[in-house]
Write a protein that binds this ligand. Sequence first.
Ligand SMILES: [Zn+2]
Length: 210
Amino acid sequence: MAKQNRGPIPHLQPSEFHQCLRCKKTKSASEFYKCSSRPTLKQPHCKACNKEEGVFFRHVLKPEYYWSENGTGYFEKDYRKTLDYYNDYIRADKVPFVYSIETPSGIYIGCSRALFVVRKGRHKIDYMRYVRGQKSNFIPGLHKAFDKEGENWIESLETMKILETFPKSFTQSELLTKERGYIKKYEKQGITLLNIAGTKNHVRTKTPKP
Ligand SMILES: [Zn+2]
């Protein structure tokens, strides 16, 4: 029997329910945006899911599109509201890894349990916030190295790559030990590290505890 892939299916009325292909919930048709090219005349994902996907795009994949010089960018307005969603997303992926970012001034080593693209997006956001004077996630060595590159800083961020992945059962301290291992290994090779913690730089800059 031939199956029609395009055009409306006559028996589907606008008042009917649809299942969202993303969250799998069945919702009324008004919870889906229109899409004339699909048999159901509705988008495959519900409005709530569309919104979440938009958040992911704006805040993780392409945050630079949503920043403005004067602080009225989309990201700034919505930052707090979306942080929970964002953090949930980050926690959702549990494959720990150690990564590097190469800049002309040296290499930064980091570790994360987030999705790679999410961690990279956060580096982007953190640096852009620092440039605008918000130092909550200031990474001194890395951000100063980006500063030296001017507009080309993003090219250094593009060198970000995974050095090693670890089992999901890895604890945070095991992961940090691996991270320190890479730092020590690169230091031994005479490579300049942009990390402060875990390097020789740490000893020099450490402030005494009160
Ligand atoms: Zn949905």
